[in-house]
Design a protein around this ligand. Structure first.
Ligand code: GAR
Length: 218
């Protein structure tokens, strides 16, 4: 069982997926604290509903990002957080924060990294014309969405997709892979070798994906 500190900014469906996985006993972790940098985030209501302590650290109340991050680090350390989980946390963390929890911060990103880092990535994937997109759970380093990859899931991009329909299809997979990635930490199965994350004793996927379907070889 590990102590999680979850950082949010928005709707909080990933937070909800983690809460539900813990309550269903699929995930052996404890959410000690939820922190939002947005006072209007719906994620706050979700946490309160499950009696999880919530703190709002409004970036606007601090002169610099480092000042806000110092406060964040103190709060997380005082709650003995072992893994910091970014669940739709929409601002970059300073090097100070990242060094304070080195290799102990994870993020979920709604694209198949290293393709489409940054923001509005579902629209970027559609505009680029990729046939598949998906989501990535990765360790956070000092770059933007550049850290070692723990787990990814793939979804097809359909020709009639909008940003909203693709985001929805990707979110379904996010809610599966994020709790799973945290469970890997709980079970101490994560080994980081340079850029690579090795998950000990995991099942291999051998299926081939194609989109559209290949019709001439059955
Ligand atoms: C999710 O799609 C997540 O991958 C994305 O924001 C959404 C948050 O949804 N995160 C990023 O883009 C981080 N750069 P949620 O608040 O419902 O979990």
């Amino acid at each position: 069982m590990i102590n999680l500190g979850i950082l949010v900014s928005g709707n909080g469906t990933n937070l909800q997926a983690i809460i539900d996985s813990i309550e269903a006993k699929r995930l052996d972790a404890r959410i000690k604290i939820v922190i939002s940098n947005n006072p209007n985030a719906y994620a706050i209501e979700r946490a309160k509903k499950h009696h999880i302590p919530v703190f709002i650290i409004n970036d606007k109340h601090f002169h610099t990002r480092e000042d806000a991050d110092k406060h964040l680090v103190e709060l997380l350390k005082s709650h003995r957080i072992e893994l910091v989980v970014l669940a739709g946390f929409m601002r970059l963390l300073s090097p100070l924060f990242i060094k304070s929890f080195s290799m102990k911060i994870i993020n979920i990103h709604p694209a198949l990294l290293p393709a489409f880092p940054g923001l509005h990535v579902q629209k970027k994937a559609i505009d680029y014309g990729v046939k598949f997109s998906g989501c990535t759970v990765h360790i956070v380093d000092e770059g933007v969405d550049t850290g070692p990859i723990i787990i990814q899931a793939v979804v097809p991009v359909h020709s009639d997709d909008t940003e909203k329909t693709l985001a929805q299809r990707i979110l379904i997979e996010e809610h599966r892979i994020y709790p799973q990635a945290i469970q890997f930490f709980t079970e101490e199965r994560i080994e980081i070798k340079g850029r690579k994350v090795v998950v000990r004793n995991c099942h291999k996927t051998e299926d081939v994906l194609e989109n559209p379907k290949v019709e001439i070889f059955k």
